[in-house]
Design a protein around this ligand. Structure first.
Ligand code: NAP
Length: 432
């Protein structure tokens, strides 16, 4: 019988402790399936005195992650500490030492994927990261392996459970953002500091990883349009509903005919009939469109101890297979099929525009004139009953237009004397 494969766990929080617990639970099953066993040799944490829900022998714990790197019996390091600077240094040292890396750290890969995978390629060390995108959904393996024979036309996803929970509650109960966020925090669905979930950046980190993998080059976060859900009101959700749409925080990844890639994560109106419109609560979903496979849909839990551990266990099995028979590249392969991000201002979309206006004749003509001057066509106009922020709401949906001119025109409209308050501009996605 071959010796157990030595693992070092850097981090024993929600996910790290879950990996330990589930290795105990399903270690024998893994052995039956892959013919190898795993043994956790060291666990690095910040606070050695902390009480823990999942128990492990005290002798395994250290407060110095470098002890994992110095242990020759450890072949796989699992980085689940969170943050960026420490994990970056840790992962680079692990690769340099020839240890396989498994990580769930999306912020680290979105910011430093280029540098990490350059080093990994040079040293021929796998870096695996299924847990970094959509928790328990095996979307990385699918994009990297199952769909390797496809060109990706588009990937759309709901990649943040907290914001999806908040928007679902707002939609279901007609509530505004602030009270739903407060309740989500009370129930533990939102962190005490929910900034990255709410402002779109958690989902954007995942979108950057997916897009980079699908198109073969690391997308610069500066080229990604990211907007949060905090500006969406209960009234907007109601108006969208009247138009036949639902508002979701959608990660949208697309290639145009010239091969330029656009990535955006913004609150988006999507048709109520589209399958992503029915993804509610803390669930995540990813819809992939490949030129060979057509449409494929993935749905599941995008975070949490057990779903995320499931992805880490899958990566451990892949690492074990690599140890049996090393291959040239595992994790991420840069390729030259695509390689250019589309400037945000050139990306084309339909839009929802909410204006607060004076209730008098001639207002619509003035607004239509400003849009016509910018060559932006109107798809529909509704003027719902009631006031929003003290003025009469006017809702326009607008034909395809580049984002730069659209943004500028929305600012021009805001400065018209007949327009009150700040307009709300949202993207619309019809999936055509
Ligand atoms: N939670 C999820 O559902 C989820 C889902 C997908 C991906 N992820 C990613 O997985 C990673 C871990 O998330 P988590 O929720 O498990 O985080 P967490 O609960 O905050 O756990 C972090 C762990 O790392 C340890 N740690 C932090 N800084 C350290 C340091 N300087 N030296 C040694 N140990 C240190 C902490 O030690 P103490 O225990 O002593 O504080 C803790 O055990 C993050 O990158 C996150 O984005 C999480």
């Amino acid at each position: 019988m071959s010796k157990p494969i030595g693992i070092g766990l850097a981090g024993f929080g929600t996910v790290g402790a879950g990996v330990y617990k589930n290795l105990q639970r399903n270690g024998a099953l893994l052995e039956q399936r892959i013919g190898r066993t795993f043994e956790v040799k060291k666990i690095a944490v910040r606070d050695l005195s902390k009480a823990r829900d999942v128990q492990a022998p005290a002798s395994l714990f250290t407060s110095n992650p470098d002890e994992i790197l110095g242990d020759p019996s450890i072949q796989i390091v699992v980085e689940l500490m969170g943050g960026i600077d420490l994990p970056l240094a840790f992962v680079k040292k692990a690769i340099a030492a020839g240890k396989i890396v498994v990580t769930g750290n999306k912020a680290l890969l979105a910011e430093h994927g280029n540098e990490i995978f350059e080093l990994a390629r040079e040293k021929r060390v796998p870096v695996l990261y299924e847990a970094a995108v959509a928790g328990g959904i095996p979307i990385i393996k699918s994009v990297r392996e199952a769909f390797v024979g496809n060109r990706f036309e588009a990937i759309h996803g709901i990649l943040n459970g907290t914001s999806n929970y908040i928007l679902s509650r707002m939609t279901g109960e007609g509530l505004d953002f602030a009270p739903v966020l407060a309740e989500a925090q009370k129930l533990g669905y939102a962190e005490a500091d929910p900034a990255l979930d709410i402002n779109g950046w958690d989902a954007a980190h995942k979108a950057i990883i997916l897009a980079s993998l699908a198109y073969g080059f690391w997308i610069d976060p500066k080229d990604v349009l990211v907007e949060g859900i905090e500006k969406v009101t209960a009234a907007d959700i109601r108006f969208a509903e009247e138009l036949g749409y639902r508002i979701k925080l959608i990660a949208s990844i697309k290639a145009d005919e010239s091969g330029a890639i656009e990535v955006r994560v913004v609150p988006t109106l999507i048709p109520k009939s589209h399958v992503l419109a029915s993804v509610n609560g803390v669930f995540n979903a990813v819809a992939v469109k490949g030129d060979v496979v057509g449409e494929a849909l993935f749905y599941g839990r995008g975070a949490g101890q057990d779903p995320t551990s499931s992805s880490v266990l899958g990566d451990l099995a892949e690492a074990a297979a690599f140890l049996e028979s090393p291959r040239q590249s595992v994790g991420f392969t840069a390729h030259s099929l695509y390689g250019r991000s589309k400037p945000i201002d050139d990306t084309i979309s339909k839009y929802y525009l909410r204006l607060g206006v004076e209730d008098r004749p001639g207002v619509l003509a003035q607004i239509a004139g400003t849009l016509a001057k910018a060559d932006i066509g109107i798809l529909s106009v509704i003027q719902p009953e009631g006031l929003v922020d003290g003025s009469v709401p006017l809702i326009l949906t607008l034909h395809d237009a580049p984002f730069g001119p659209m943004k500028k025109t929305a600012q021009e409209l805001a400065s018209l004397p007949c327009v009150k308050g700040t307009p709300l501009l949202l993207h619309m996605e019809t999936f055509q």
